[in-house]
Design a protein around this ligand. Structure first.
Ligand SMILES: Cc1cc2nc3c(=O)[nH]c(=O)nc-3n(C[C@H](O)[C@H](O)[C@H](O)COP(=O)(O)OP(=O)(O)OC[C@H]3O[C@@H](n4cnc5c(N)ncnc54)[C@H](O)[C@@H]3O)c2cc1C
Length: 307
């Protein structure tokens, strides 16, 4: 499976962009905030909470970061005025972490403060391992001042046990996911999917036992089952956790959880910078394997044309 995944990672850049865009569409609300708001209303009507995420990572300049900040500002206002059951999620790199740490902290601090005024929750996404420590430092400096900010911990990361011990003791609000950056090295992450799952359950149990609110972010039914077992064993009430799923993924499982009375949130990305996010999702889509195999000959032709 490892080599198969590697093969897909190598071939994906050669999938023609129009085809990529068609597949990517299933994971994205649209290119504009207005489209994301319409989708949020639909999901809210269906009793789902929403997290709005403006797509984009690694902006080239501070001006680009400020542009993204303005969109988030409008998103917070739209959530407030529309009475939407929604929060926002942002990537530190999108807010300038790689350009200037202080600038990034000021940007995120500004949004968290604005969001606090409007009772909107801000989640700081976790990116690749090289940004983990800075992201945690940034989160902690905001967590001391604001209660409407949370962070993400990745089950595949070896350091997550230590991070959970620290953040759990501080009562942090945490989204727990497996981790999406497939190029990480074995030095930093567990490569064996079974260990990733064991790590996930271990971290989840620690967090829930410490009384932290956890966003259980997974579509893996084995993990969903383990989570339900833990919730039952610990006798948790519905305000101690929520399930979180990505827009366009496992809608049936989402419905099953919702119908059983569990709180569920959908992560809803929007914006023009859809490629990097979609590549991660397409790679995680088991059906993509079939597509790539069925079109292997055409993809090879594409590779030779490009070279
Ligand atoms: C709400 C939310 C927020 C996230 N935030 C972050 C973050 O901040 N940082 C980060 O590194 N990662 C983040 N992730 C991504 C996460 O780390 C995983 O990469 C992703 O969720 C796939 O892992 P999984 O737990 O669903 O398990 P997997 O084993 O990948 O998937 C389990 C099953 O779900 C289905 N499935 C999963 N993905 C897809 C797909 N794209 N298309 C179709 N079916 C699919 C398949 O049936 C698959 O067998 C987030 C995920 C969620 C749900």
């Amino acid at each position: 499976m490892f080599w198969f995944n590697r093969l897909i990672a190598i071939l994906l850049p050669f999938v023609p962009k129009p085809v990529m865009k068609i597949v990517a569409k299933q994971y994205i609300a649209g290119e504009t905030l207005e489209q994301a708001v319409v989708k949020t209303k639909e999901l809210n009507r269906d009793h789902l909470r929403v997290t709005l995420d403006l797509l984009g990572e690694d902006p080239g300049s501070k001006t680009d970061c400020t542009g993204a900040l303005r969109v988030y500002e409008r998103a917070i206002e739209a959530i407030h005025t529309g009475g939407l059951r929604a929060g926002i999620s942002l990537k530190p790199s999108h807010m300038g972490l790689k350009l200037d740490k202080q600038f990034c902290l000021e940007n995120i601090g500004y949004l968290v403060k604005l969001a606090e005024k409007h009772q909107v929750f801000v989640r700081i996404d976790m990116e690749d391992a090289s940004l983990c420590q800075e992201t945690i430092d940034l989160f902690l400096s905001l967590h001391y001042q604001f209660s409407n900010v949370g962070i993400v911990i990745q089950g595949y990361l070896r350091r997550s046990i230590d991070d959970i011990n620290l953040l759990g003791d501080k009562g942090a609000n945490i989204r727990l996911c497996k981790g999406a950056y497939y190029w990480e090295t074995r030095k930093n992450v567990y490569k064996d999917p079974e260990i990733v799952n064991e790590s996930y359950v271990y971290l989840l149990e620690k967090l829930l036992s410490k009384g932290c609110f956890v966003g259980i972010a997974t579509h893996d039914e084995k993990l969903v089952f383990q989570s339900l077992r833990l919730i039952d064993r610990l006798g948790l009430s519905k305000d101690a956790y929520e399930f979180q799923m990505l827009y366009g993924v496992e809608e049936q499982l989402r419905r099953i959880l919702l119908d059983s009375g569990h709180p569920v949130r959908v992560y809803l990305p929007f914006g023009k910078e859809w490629l990097a996010y979609s590549l991660r999702r397409i790679r995680e889509n088991p059906k993509m394997v079939g597509y790539i195999l069925a079109n292997f000959g055409n993809l090879l032709k594409n590779i030779f044309k490009k070279n």
